[in-house]
Ligand binder design. Structure first.
Ligand code: MRU
Length: 337
């Protein structure tokens, strides 16, 4: 049995050979007038291959969102905004296009939020502005979230809430980047995030590019790492935050919240106001996406809910571009939107 002393220390910096160029927002998703088309980095192939997918119809964007070629709450909102601009340029029925896009994934409220933002001005310029604003919101909330870190913090994150998920910079990963730049972060534990491995494929890749010390863990290792005193906080993004602060995020976030509470550790949610849904009173009303059983097992029956709801009382703080919000969230969130 290896003792903790036998476990090799994480490198302070990745080797030169592994340092790659940081992604710009338009590398993740963009609109091109020539076509017209929506071009996105196909996240299903990362980190092994960097391949762009060109979508020349709303149906193609819907398929890309459903199949997770683009994923993460703010990023699918941005993709939907570009798709609506494309539909307008093509002379498509915009009501039909918006309905198809809105139905592509049910849990992230950013999708319908972005379509609503595009309603009066379905142009590429408006979609690009929306994209730019989402990235700026990420930078602002990351700066606020960094206040929650003490020097030497060992953070655990789940799924991918990086630039790939937001269209640039990232929400939870943005917070980790800001904390790292301020010398407050020691390392990041990256949940692999079953079943589609957004953590071990996407978050680890982004942390490697950012030069942040990290290690992938199986989701079920979180409890023992917490018990061993190797985790200081949990930081995640969100797909929808209800008016009372209940938060939907990738399946497994609720388990982490329960574990964190048991070990007296804070769980911080970092998300833009485009993820806050005051029209949904509590988590019980958030629609939870059920994905194909085949994502878990090619042979046996399976149940595959893609998200869960963390009750507000297990969340230490919700950070938006406006600042750090504390319980009671019904009050602190109401003032935001
Ligand atoms: O199914 P996914 O990969 O779209 O799930 C994404 C997540 O759960 C993210 O944590 C969430 O969208 C926050 S992204 C800033």
């Amino acid at each position: 049995m290896p003792t903790p002393e036998d476990v090799p220390a994480l490198p302070a910096r990745p080797s030169e050979a592994r340092v790659k160029r940081a992604l710009e927002p338009e590398d993740i998703v963009r609109y091109e007038e020539d076509g017209p088309k929506v071009v996105l980095l196909d996240q299903r192939l990362l980190p092994d291959e960097e391949v762009e997918l060109e979508c020349r119809s709303v149906a193609a964007v819907v398929e890309a969102i459903r199949e997770l070629a683009i994923r993460g709450a703010p990023a699918i909102g941005v993709a939907a905004a570009y798709a609506l601009a494309m539909a307008a340029a093509r002379g498509d029925d915009l009501g039909e296009a918006a309905a198809l896009l809105a139905a592509s994934r049910p849990t992230a409220v950013n999708l319908v939020w972005a379509l609503e933002q595009m309603r009066d001005d379905p142009t590429p310029a408006r979609a690009r502005a929306l994209h730019h604003e989402e990235v700026e919101r990420c930078r602002a909330m990351a700066a606020h979230a960094a206040e929650l870190f003490a020097p030497g913090t060992r953070a655990l994150t789940h799924c991918n809430a990086g630039g790939l998920a937001t269209g640039g910079y990232g929400s939870a990963v943005g917070a980790l980047r800001a904390a790292w730049e301020q010398g407050l972060l020691e390392r990041v534990w990256v949940d692999e995030t079953r079943p589609l491995l957004q953590g071990s494929r996407l978050t680890a890749w982004e942390l490697e590019i950012a030069g942040i010390p990290h290690a992938v863990i199986v989701d079920s290792a979180a409890a023992s790492l917490m018990a061993a005193g190797e985790v200081d906080c949990v930081v995640t993004g969100a797909d929808r935050i209800a008016a009372n602060g209940d938060t939907a995020n990738k399946i497994g976030t609720y388990s982490l919240a329960v574990l964190a509470a048991h070990h007296d550790l804070p769980l911080f949610v970092v998300a833009p106001t485009s993820t806050v849904d005051l029209a949904t009173p509590t988590g019980a009303e958030i629609p939870i996406e059920e994905r194909a059983p085949e994502e878990l097992s090619a042979r046996f029956p399976a149940r595959n809910p893609a998200f869960d709801v963390t009750p507000a009382n297990l969340i230490g703080a919700i950070v938006t571009e406006h600042g750090v919000h504390r319980t009671p969230y019904a009050q602190s969130l109401a003032a935001l939107v």
